[in-house]
Design a protein around this ligand. Sequence first.
Ligand SMILES: [Ca+2]
Ligand SMILES: [Ca+2]
Length: 229
Amino acid sequence: MKKSKLLFGLGAVAIAGALLVAADHIDAPGTMGTTADIADFYAFEPTEGSDNTVFIVDLQTNVVDGLPYGTFDENVLTEINIDTDGNLVEDLVIQAIPRDGKMYFFGPAAPSATGLNGTVLVNSPLGSVDISSDMEVVETTADGVSLFAGPRQDAFFFDFFRFNEVLAPSMEDNSGFNVPGEDTFDGANTMSIVVEIPNSMLGEPTGEDAVNAIGVPVYKTWLTTNVKQ
Ligand SMILES: [Ca+2]
Ligand SMILES: [Ca+2]
């Protein structure tokens, strides 16, 4: 399999049992307008005491009606990196790549290269799902893995116009932000990839931070998008 050059990456350390989020909207010129542009990455325990972990990848931002949906770029490999031994080097990856209206998933499996040393598709199919246009297509595999790919409402809330008014030096009304504000991005979507996976497929984390203060196993995870060169 041909190696892909890593063009853009965003790291987020996430802890099972607690929701940590990385948000990063429209800031990499080389990736804007493509699904290599990472917006948000979430990893969490879906319900208290669940033995599953959910990973949510939001790509692009401000995908609005009138623009074509389901346009994941076929030359972009999205990779969820998972560190299970606490050394901040990925031990497992879950990969997603679109082809002809479907999103194909691979892993979790040990990658043949880590970090910036290239990204190679792992030879370990996980399943596939039709790319949804109505947020409803979810595929659940025999292993109890649930998969989704398609547009979802952007969780990012920001009163962009009031923000600019507050910043404007000529502003006469210096009363700050409106409460409540208006979500400028209401109705806009991201292109989302969602994987819910049993923790047994990720293995027991080891190392110093393997378990948090309330006894929940901890995986360190971050996301990269890789554009085929
Ligand atoms: Ca590691
Ligand atoms: Ca990687």
